[in-house]
Design a protein. Structure first.
Length: 460
């Protein structure tokens, strides 16, 4: 019997959380949180809410970047994990075939009937790495195309298809790659004519900026790729499992049947990291072409029992609670109510997205007073106005959101799929109050904006 007591450890040292991160982890994270006033201490969480030590609730419109699709601590997922731990399975022997991975693969493939097999890893970036390796091996070609502004992960392979230079800088050389604009079929065809393209990897809705693929692009791209014997990879790490109102976001467009599909995030239930790459039978059989190649691509913790149990529980909840359709209805309501505000606020440029993946974009106002303030912020650093909205939403209205990417005037809403009209009302009411203050041209919001400008200039 050891002397380890988790509860006592947290009670004794939980208050050191920010100091511990500053000393031992990424020291810029606590610095950023302190600067923005995001250095909260959350004591517990359930569903779509956090609570602090004073018992105040905070509405989560971020869902851990999409991980918490079912909200936090869903009872079905919790019970599944208790059950699998209590079962004391002979897990990860490496020399047997446990039932849970096969059962989860079967359930996932039922939502993508044109696909046949699954590889389980531990994260979204690992799912993308798998797809890149499989596509290059199956086609015998080295180059992968991706879209500008794309985000597919931060390990070396997935970084090679990352559309943001800020993430790529300093990590070269990367894999052979070429970026095209999302929706640019002419550029895609031009690159395919070179004969060395293995695949195009694409998010059906880009997380950075919340930019949906133009109507018809995925189907047309798929046709071009297949005519040139290249593959379509759909990155559904953030958009999959009901987020956009379809089980997979590519299903919004008729006729789209990707060769490889990457999922992760919400499949975990918010507990156990898991990633999955779904693919066609011929691709898997080419990679695993003989018994000598049985371990040519594997993961030490892939398909572990806890992750598989969590994934099975998540899929059961999505079906039993009809959360895919619920996300579509609730997302339509939220997006419609926010879009109605574009005529009221000249700083509000556009509201877009599908299901519960929504982007709120701000733009240059017309009135002289607001235009001057807007120009001041843009001159210091693009994206500061969106940050000016995010901060009071948390500090004064206790709603957690995020700016959707560096140098973007876009807020991304990615709430748990379980939210309803009460949460929609709370967010719209708070957002309206913040925009009222911004358009009044005075008060704490613009004071904070001036502070951000000074900090942006100081750190150039």
């Amino acid at each position: 019997m050891t002397g380890f007591d988790l509860g006592r450890l947290l009670a004794e040292r939980g208050g050191e959380r920010y100091d511990l991160h500053s000393r031992h982890l990424n020291h810029q994270l606590p610095r950023m949180l302190h600067t923005l006033g995001f250095d909260k201490v959350y004591e517990r969480a359930e569903g779509a809410y956090f609570w602090d030590a004073d018992g105040q609730d905070y509405l989560d419109m971020l869902a851990g970047f999409g991980v918490m699709g079912l909200g936090r601590h869903h009872p079905v997922v919790r019970q599944a994990l208790h059950d699998v731990l209590d079962a004391q399975l002979a897990d990860l022997t490496r020399f047997d075939c446990q039932p849970l991975p096969g059962l989860l693969a079967e359930k996932l493939l039922a939502h993508a009937p044109h696909l046949d097999r699954v590889f389980f890893g531990n994260s979204g970036t690992e799912a993308v790495e798998t797809a890149l390796k499989f596509a290059r091996y199956a086609t015998g070609r080295p180059r992968v195309l991706y879209c500008t502004h794309a985000f597919h992960g931060l390990t070396t392979g997935s970084l090679s298809v990352n559309g943001e230079d800020g993430f790529r800088d300093g990590f070269a050389p990367l894999l052979p790659d070429t970026a095209i604009e999302l929706g640019d079929l002419a550029a895609l065809e031009r690159e395919l004519r070179r004969g060395d393209v293995a695949a195009l990897v694409v998010e059906p809705i880009q997380g950075k900026g919340v930019l949906p693929a133009p109507p018809g692009f995925l189907a047309a791209a798929q046709d071009l790729l297949h005519r040139h014997k290249a593959l379509l990879i759909a990155d559904e790490v953030q958009t999959g499992l009901g987020r956009t109102g379809d089980f997979f976001a590519y299903q919004h467009e008729a006729g789209v049947a990707p060769d490889l599909v990457c999922v992760a995030k919400a499949l975990s239930g918010g507990y156990v990291p898991v990633g999955a790459t779904l693919g066609k039978d011929w691709i898997f059989k080419k990679v695993y072409s003989s018994m000598d190649r049985v371990l040519v691509h594997s993961a030490s913790f892939g398909a572990n029992a806890q992750a598989m149990a969590a994934g099975l529980a998540v899929l059961a909840v999505l079906e039993d609670e009809q959360l895919v359709a619920h996300a579509r209805r609730t997302g339509d309501l939220l997006r419609t109510r926010l879009a109605a505000l574009t005529d009221r606020y000249e700083l509000l440029h556009e509201v877009r997205g599908r299901g519960l993946m929504i982007g709120i974009e701000f733009g240059r106002p017309k009135s002289l007073g607001l235009r001057g303030r807007w120009t001041m912020l843009q001159a210091a650093r693009k994206g500061l106005f969106a940050q000016m909205v995010v901060v009071p939403l948390l500090q004064r209205h206790r709603i957690l959101t995020q700016v959707s990417g560096d140098h973007l005037e876009v807020i991304k809403l990615l709430p748990p799929l379980i939210i309803g009209e009460r949460e929609v009302d709370r967010f719209v009411t708070a957002f309206t109050a913040v925009m009222d203050e911004a358009h009044a041209g005075s008060g704490l919001m613009w004071d904070f904006g001036r502070t951000l400008v000074k900090q942006a200039v100081a750190h150039r």
